[in-house]
Design a protein around this ligand. Sequence first.
Ligand SMILES: *Cc1c(COP(=O)(O)O)cnc(C)c1O
Length: 410
Amino acid sequence: MIKPGYYGQWGGAFIPEILYETFRELNATFARCQADKTFWQEYVELMSTYSCRPTPLTYAENLSRHFGGAQIFIKREDLNHTGAHKANNVMGQGLLVKRMGKKRVIAETGAGQHGVATATMAAKFGFACTIYMGEEDVQRQRPNVFWMEKLGATVVPVTSGSRTLKDAINEAFRDWVANMDTTHYVMGTVCGPHPFPAMVAWFQSIIGIEARKQIMQHFGKLPARVYACVGGGSNAMGIFQGFLDDREVELIGVEAGGKGIATKQHAARLASPDASPGVAQGYKTMFLQDSDGQMCDTHSVAAGLDYIGVSPILTDLWEKGRVRFAAATDAEVMAALDLTIKQEGIIPALESAHAFVHAFKEAGSLSKDEAIIINQSGRGDKDIFTIAHAFDDPSWKAFIREKGKQYAAD
Ligand SMILES: *Cc1c(COP(=O)(O)O)cnc(C)c1O
């Protein structure tokens, strides 16, 4: 028997009883929207006028020549409104909220990217919006907090626990339980209790639908491999869905190797031996946790990949051998970023650069009549502080120092 919301042994909906009715309504609305062709049309129309869909598939001619093997194509999710694939998910959920007749959305955010995307959607649809964020993250991610507030959202700094993402998740759930009649919780990735993994994967499938059509147009046949970075797993699920049934297309998910798998300072759930099965945050997957089930501290140079869990859908595909997992270290990521910027004039987000690392490692071993696709989940502009710091750029440091002095004098 197949249990709804399960992917093999993974997934489920571990929710407090008080939310059952809210989830029943959410499941019913989601099922209605999936069955209604006009809903998907409305979604595609919205994304083609408010975001940049269909996003292009760019032939990376210089990189292909550089590695001398497979023809490298880049799916340009960085060209979405707000700079990443996150727009697909939040705008889709926004349409769903409209159908449910709710007027308020909440979300939790770590690095702030999902918070900005949600606040953007709320501004567009005229919803009230509250974003929960660990106090520590509020301090580290001021530019994103600035934009969320400018977009009209209330940002609530969470002061409990470690004052980071997992505490923000708890706080957001508390809000939802108190306000479920009026409020929708906008999950940011293909994780959490059912139906969120299925729902987010559905909205993100637009990436894979486009990419499959585009590679057939540009290259005349399917790619040998498709690479995507994996935080929660939404951009990866998005593009992989276009090729899941094409068994000859190998799918590779790249996780954050941080300072190296051996150092334990990473966020590799499926590409390291360090994760184990567990139930947390409403669903069952492989978590980076200690033997008491306490969640570990993870590390990545890319904030969007720095997460203890991973999509139950991907865990199932990994267990079945359909998706191969690898990890890229912070140092490898900086090198791949540098090369991509110089060769193609494209600045990938630090998250996306993880996928580039493994594509680059393997491109040379494939033949010139094969293609690979890298999903560029987002653009790197947001990472200027981290990238300039990592490259130890002296004039950037002087610029920041000068700005600091100006503000100190105010
Ligand atoms: C948030 C984010 C990710 C990680 O999220 P997934 O759900 O794994 O896709 C990856 N890339 C970018 C640019 C992001 O902003």
